[in-house]
Ligand binder design. Structure first.
Ligand SMILES: C[S@@+](CC[C@H](N)C(=O)[O-])C[C@H]1O[C@@H](n2cnc3c(N)ncnc32)[C@H](O)[C@@H]1O
Length: 227
């Protein structure tokens, strides 16, 4: 059974000599994803944690576009952690911190800031992870957001999703079937189920932003009054 649907560098472009991997989807999706983040992030200061950062290109690009925020990328795959660090060094950005290993299979996962407990986050970002991981990864992502976002904080989740029990395009239904055939624990998740998880974590699914190619950015919000 496949462990990863995407292991950057295994197919496509080989790593650069310094370990930087290139994800083809990054070039297609980063501007659209950024357009869903920028209004909120432009009003914030503090820390943004990315989960499942992959090559590290989104974190490097978005850190460059938001120098008023500190970005903390993460992943579980050693070659991806090396690529994220290589992109960080290549970027020379002071507001992009070293990657940390965060495994969303762990229900008690926490982020750290330079080895210390990280405190509360302005925002979290997770792109294209929930459909290539078991359902517990979605559970642990959203529960972790409930624990670690500050009042008024947001969790942004990008990818393909079903809406209220239905696929939004035939291509997503076919992709879902292909994923489940490869690994029965994977699959395109449903906004209704994610919204239920959010409520249990003290969050609300505040917005569903359509993206190109039948993807969405789901915006989960922690109430402004809570801390
Ligand atoms: C399809 S890739 C997406 C990478 C990147 N976010 C992007 O959009 O280009 C999925 C990523 O999730 C990571 N991942 C898979 N399972 C994970 C887990 N349990 N916890 C954290 N990251 C995980 C993989 O290593 C991989 O980098």
């Amino acid at each position: 059974m496949a462990e990863f649907v995407v292991e950057f560098g295994k197919s496509g472009a080989p790593p650069a000599p310094d370990g930087r991997l290139d994800g083809p989807a990054f070039h297609r999706n980063h501007d659209a994803i950024w357009s869903a983040l920028t209004a909120f992030l432009s009003t914030q200061t503090g820390d943004v944690l990315e989960l499942g950062s992959g090559t590290g290109q989104h974190a490097a690009c978005f850190a460059q576009r938001s120098p008023h925020l500190t970005w903390w990328p993460s992943d579980i795959q050693p070659s991806h952690l090396a690529s994220i660090e290589a992109w960080r060094r290549h970027s020379g950005l002071a507001n992009l911190r070293a990657p940390q290993r965060i495994d969303l299979n762990d229900p008690a996962w926490v982020w750290t800031a330079d080895g210390q407990a990280g405190g509360t986050l302005a925002a979290m970002l997770c792109n294209n992870v929930l459909h290539i991981a078991p359902w517990r990864v979605a559970q642990n992502l959203i529960a972790g957001a409930g624990r670690q976002l500050r009042a008024g904080g947001r969790l942004f989740v990008y990818g393909p999703f079903m809406r209220d029990g239905a696929h939004t395009a035939p291509s997503n239904a076919a992709f879902d079937a292909k994923l489940r055939a490869e690994n029965p624990d994977w699959g395109v998740r449903d906004t209704r189920d994610l919204s239920t998880l959010a409520q249990a974590a003290g969050l609300t699914l505040a917005e569903i932003v359509p993206m190109p190619s039948n993807n969405f950015v789901l915006v989960f919000a922690r109430a402004a009054g809570r801390n």
